[in-house]
Design a protein around this ligand. Structure first.
Ligand code: ZN
Ligand code: ZN
Length: 419
């Protein structure tokens, strides 16, 4: 029994799983390269105020899920619960709005939320996100969604569904909020306690409620689509037709508002049957007012994030290419050990991945290990080989053994790797 355990909801990512994480991150990097997004790495800790201002005080995230504590100087700081707030903070702090009109950024890394751990919901989880700062108009929304679709396609995720909605501009939401509030006040008796409170404090949050009672009330609620001004309605329709033209499959969901306060205009999410409809594997939208609200310039922006643990539940494991381990070098007697060690590092210097069998087992033991690890090639080294300056290369598949010089072995192994 181990005395220490990792914290609940903050599991280790063991090597086999880390490989999958790496694979997802690599695919995303490739796509971001094609779309010309640049990477940004922001700190894990920020002033709590950064998240309060951006995500919103009455959201679940800020209200009850953040890891917040005073630092040694008494300043209230928090582990980042998501990535956008920090990106916007950095954008303003460094005055990047004075650079190119459009700045495309991506990030990847751990986020922290004190939720009740369950499938696809951890306290330390990982996100891959993209933001287009200075963006406006349906083409940039479409580009953002297309980059997300490209990541999903390159991960060979099947059966995902994209839903799309528009939250309109500030004045659209004011009239929609009023209509929604009037409607919900009539139905208040059937709402849960949280929603009863939200009707007064932040009525749009009621649309996010997962409780069945609230869900059935919401079936007859007014739809935001009916409250969009002409300009917002046109932008939304333009986006719908651009995406249609690009053969992107999506559906419109009038009640999707996402759990963060900063969204404006277009919002979207991706769900997958592996996680059920309640948990999005990716989500995002426009946040045109956020930069200004955080004390920066008045620039439009949009972004999304992908939950890495969640997307891994949706990825068919057969989609992940298996990386075969390299050559195993086995010294068949103690006298050859020194030479085997030198050779191992010689192969590495030639760019050939390899490992030496340090167990000191017999030849048989070395071959058994190579089989178990599904290695294609083994190099056997005994007193005889060392004397002659030769190497015995064994092909585990055909069983064939060849006596080669070091240079010949390097060439042979590089050929095998190319097949
Ligand atoms: Zn509008
Ligand atoms: Zn509710």
């Amino acid at each position: 029994m181990s005395k220490y355990h990792s914290l609940r909801g903050m599991p280790d990512i063991p090597p086999e799983e880390a490989k999958l994480f790496r694979w997802v991150e690599d695919r995303a990097r490739e796509v971001f390269g094609l779309f010309e997004f640049s990477e940004i790495r922001t700190p894990l800790l920020e002033e709590t105020e950064v998240f309060k201002r951006s995500i919103g005080e009455d959201t679940d995230i800020v209200g009850k899920e953040m890891y917040s504590f005073p630092d040694r100087g008494g300043k209230d700081i928090s582990l980042r619960p998501e990535g956008t707030a920090s990106v916007v903070r950095a954008y303003i702090e460094h005055g990047w709005h004075t650079g190119p009109d459009i700045l495309k950024l991506f990030y990847m890394g751990p986020m922290f939320r004190g939720e009740r751990p369950q499938k696809g919901r951890l306290r330390q989880f990982h996100q891959i996100g993209a933001e287009i700062m200075g963006s406006s108009g349906p083409y940039l929304d479409a580009e953002l969604i297309l980059s997300l679709v490209s990541v999903l396609e390159s991960l060979k995720v099947k059966g995902y569904e994209i839903s799309l909605n528009s939250l309109g501009c500030v004045s659209d939401r004011v009239s929609y909020r009023t209509a929604l509030k009037d409607f919900l006040l009539e139905e208040k008796a059937d709402l849960c306690d949280d929603c009863g409170r939200r009707v007064e404090t932040n009525v749009l949050r009621v649309l996010d409620c997962k409780r069945a009672g609230c869900g059935s009330v919401l079936k007859n609620a007014p739809r935001i689509a009916d409250y969009l001004c002409a300009r917002c309605a046109k932008e939304h329709n333009d986006l719908v037709s651009i995406l249609g033209g690009m053969q992107v499959d999506f559906s419109r969901n009038d009640y999707m508002v996402r759990g963060l306060d900063y969204y404006t205009g277009t919002v979207f999410e991706v769900v997958h049957p592996a996680l059920g409809a309640q948990n999005a594997v990716a989500a995002g939208g426009r946040y045109d007012d956020l930069t200004k609200q955080m004390g920066g310039p008045d620039v439009g922006a949009a972004g999304y994030s992908i939950g890495v643990e969640r997307i891994l539940l949706a990825v068919g494991k057969e989609a992940v290419p298996c990386v075969r381990p390299g050559v195993l070098i086995v010294a068949v007697d103690d006298l050859s050990r020194d030479e085997a060690f030198r050779l191992t590092n010689g192969f590495r210097a030639e760019g050939i991945s390899c490992d030496m069998d340090h167990s000191g087992r017999s030849l048989k033991g070395g071959l058994r290990r190579a089989n178990k690890e599904k290695r294609r090639n083994v190099i056997l080294l005994g007193e005889d080989e060392v004397k002659k300056g030769r190497i015995l290369l064994k092909d585990m598949k055909s069983g064939e053994q060849r006596s080669l010089s070091f240079e010949e072995a390097v060439r042979a192994l590089k050929e095998v790797e190319e097949i």
